[in-house]
Structures are given as structure tokens and as C-alpha cells.
Ligand binder design. Structure first.
Ligand SMILES: [Zn+2]
Length: 233
């Protein structure tokens, strides 16, 4: 049972929830996309052990809040944790710097290059044009064998699926991904070994499901596992 995208560090009572998740046989790619979240994610590594693959990256929404040395900080985490991935990073039309040639592209490209240099997979967030993401990766000599990409909360169409498959991308499916008919149909073309399933759970998931952040850790863990099991193509 692998959750291919969750924000464990953003969950209320994160350490207790992690213990409960681990006892249920749950494994996760635990994503951190801002400096405060990197530090919080790191604290969960000893609790989750081999059940957790941590990631460290800068989300397009967080660029404005990042310290100048953000790239060096991400590299430091990668050196410290040889299993860590890079991300989530990418482009998002809702936030500043999305325009073609805008700063979101440069920040994404820099993280792609860090991932490639360290031979780590790259978790990609794309709310907008996937072709721009693919173009940047190809310009940066995307090495698909050593740094495969994971397309988080995948929401693309058939063209995107076909190009992604050629690039050896992992398609991470969220409950929302299969709401859109064109995405659902396109995903049927993806070979099984490239499919992943994710909850993208964070504090808002808990609030939505329980009406409060004060739900018991075991109930939160159970709800996450149920959500993950409910996603099918
Ligand atoms: Zn996320």
C-alpha cells in the first residue's frame, strides 16, 4: 500500500498519525514543498523508517517565501538522505511568475537540474501546460533512467499521457484526477507499472473529513488508508 503523494508533516499530530499509519502497513512518498515543511518532514524519517521516502522541493506557491539559498538547502537534504527525492515543484497558473519565461520556469528548471545531478526522481506539480514542463526537462537533458518524473495529481489529456509514457513518467492518480473524463480515458493507456495512487492529504484533508483538526491519530490514519484504497481507474 503505497501513497505516492502525501504531506505527512502537514497533518495534525503528525508523529502519532505516522505511527498509526505504519502499523497499518502503509508506505508513503512524503512530500515537503517549503522550508518549514522540509524540517518537519525530516523529523518524521526516524518514525517512518523505510516506510517513507521523503522529498524536498519548492512549490510554485512558495517561491516568494523561500530563502536565497533554497537550492543549497535542498542539496543538503539530498546529501544527507540518499533515498530522498526532489519536489514537489513545477508550474501553476494560479500563482505569480507563471507566464512563459516567468520565474516559475527558472525555479522548476533549477530543481530539475539538482535532481538530475543527484540522480533522484522528481515530483512534478503542474496546473497549466504540461508541454512547458516536458520542454524544460528535455532542454535540461532529462535522464529518465536515473531521475524519473512523477506527475503528481495527474490531470492531463491523451497527448500528455503519450508523451509522458515515452519519457518513462510515473502517473500519480488522485481522486480528482479521475473526475475529468478526458484524463480518466487517457490514463487507461498508461502501462500498469507506471501508475501510482495518491491521497495528497494534508491538514485540509483532516478538516474536510472530520470538521476539526483534533480527530484522533488512529482515525486520521484509517481515513487516509481508506481514501487511498478507494482510488481506482
Ligand atoms: Zn502536494
Amino acid at each position: 500500500m503505497l501513497d505516492s503523494h502525501i504531506h505527512l508533516a502537514r497533518l495534525p499530530q503528525a508523529a502519532e498519525v505516522c505511527l498509526a499509519l505504519k502499523s497499518l502497513g502503509y508506505e508513503a512518498i512524503s512530500v515537503a514543498c517549503a522550508p518549514w515543511e522540509w524540517a518537519a518532514n525530516e523529523k518524521l524519517i526516524p518514525i517512518m523508517g523505510s516506510s517513507m521516502t521523503p522529498t524536498f522541493g519548492l512549490h510554485p506557491f512558495e517561491i516568494g517565501n523561500a530563502p536565497e539559498d533554497w537550492g543549497a538547502q535542498i542539496s543538503m537534504y539530498l546529501t544527507k538522505y540518499p533515498k530522498a527525492w526532489v519536489g514537489e515543484c513545477g508550474i501553476d497558473k494560479r500563482f505569480p511568475g507563471y507566464e512563459k519565461g516567468g520565474f516559475q520556469e527558472a525555479v522548476f528548471e533549477r530543481q530539475a537540474k539538482i535532481a538530475f545531478a543527484y540522480a533522484r526522481p522528481l515530483v512534478i506539480h503542474c496546473l497549466g501546460d504540461y508541454r512547458r514542463i516536458f520542454g524544460i526537462l528535455e532542454n535540461a537533458d532529462y535522464p529518465k533512467e536515473t531521475s524519473p518524473i512523477l506527475l503528481h495529481r495527474f490531470g492531463g489529456d491523451m497527448e500528455t499521457v503519450r508523451r509522458g509514457v515515452r519519457m518513462g513518467a510515473l502517473f500519480s492518480i488522485h481522486a480528482d484526477s479521475i473526475q475529468k473524463k478526458s484524463t480518466r480515458e487517457a490514463l487507461r493507456e498508461v502501462p500498469q507499472h507506471l501508475l501510482r495512487y495518491e491521497t495528497d492529504a494534508d491538514e485540509s484533508f483532516v478538516l474536510r473529513n472530520f470538521g476539526t483538526k483534533k480527530a484522533s491519530p488512529s482515525k486520521i490514519a484509517q481515513r487516509i488508508v481508506e481514501e487511498l484504497a478507494s482510488i481506482t481507474l
